[in-house]
Design a protein around this ligand. Structure first.
Ligand SMILES: C[S@@+](CC[C@H](N)C(=O)[O-])C[C@H]1O[C@@H](n2cnc3c(N)ncnc32)[C@H](O)[C@@H]1O
Length: 231
């Protein structure tokens, strides 16, 4: 039997308060989700959804007809996410406890198909991962590969993650290193490179916020319905 994943257990209840969300990290999710151009009715996979801090923005974008599928390995982070969903009265969120690096994509396909009535082929319209792949270290590539197999042709790929601040904000590098070390993240992982690698050429947009500390990269899988990149 797999060992329970406890890294986020003790802090789960306090995560939203102590993670620097308000002053630093919310800006990254706002930037990333803004670039995704989600439409009402879309199905979005939030890989490593944690306590569901992306859910309000995602729900506003996809509406009641859309669906959010949150995957996370931590029982305790998911408990906070579940409470958020209950509190908001959302009925279109599916939460799955799983190691993303070993995600059973057929199971996710089946669950999405059951919840949405869609065919099983292109299960989701978009995948988003915020501040997760850099904590997964060796498992990040596998997690991303599995998630991408669930996205329909022309669907959206989005990663928001961290790096040391740049330019004049380099003065804050020690703080950024400390925050990443406390969260178990590799600040040098540059995980948004997965988007550029897998997205259709020319579809990728990248923005940095908070002094370059946060990078949001969004692109579209090759296939039908790849709109031109906005300038
Ligand atoms: C820094 S938190 C980010 C949470 C959320 N995405 C956010 O933006 O606030 C990292 C999350 O990744 C999850 N995680 C870490 N390794 C994982 C894995 N192998 N599979 C699924 N989730 C994982 C943790 O449980 C935690 O909820």
């Amino acid at each position: 039997m797999a060992r329970p994943f406890r890294r986020y257990s003790a802090g789960a209840r306090w995560y939203d308060l102590l993670s620097g969300e308000r002053w630093v990290y919310r800006a990254g999710r706002v930037a990333g989700i803004g670039l995704m151009d989600l439409r009402a009715g879309d199905v979005v996979l939030d890989l490593g959804c944690g306590t569901g801090l992306n859910f309000p923005l995602l729900h506003a974008a996809v509406g009641d007809r859309g669906r959010i599928v949150g995957v996370d390995r931590s029982t305790d982070m998911l408990a906070v996410a579940r409470e958020r969903v209950r509190r908001e009265g959302w009925t279109n969120v599916t939460l799955i406890e799983a190691d993303a690096a070993e995600l059973d994509v057929e199971d996710v396909r089946a669950r999405v198909a059951e919840a949405t009535g869609r065919g099983r082929a292109g299960a989701v319209d978009a995948v988003l991962s915020t501040y997760v792949l850099s904590v997964m270290r060796g498992g990040a590539a596998d997690a991303w590969r599995r998630a991408v197999t669930l996205v329909r042709p022309g669907g959206v790929l989005a990663v928001v993650d961290m790096q040391p601040p740049t330019g004049r904000w380099r003065i804050l590098a020690p703080l950024a290193h400390l925050a990443c070390a406390l969260g178990g993240a590799d600040i040098h992982a540059r995980t948004w490179r997965f988007v550029a690698r897998d997205a259709a050429p020319g579809s990728v947009r990248e923005v940095t916020v908070r002094g370059g500390h946060i990078v949001a990269a969004v692109g579209r899988l090759p296939g039908e319905d790849v709109p031109a990149t906005r300038s």
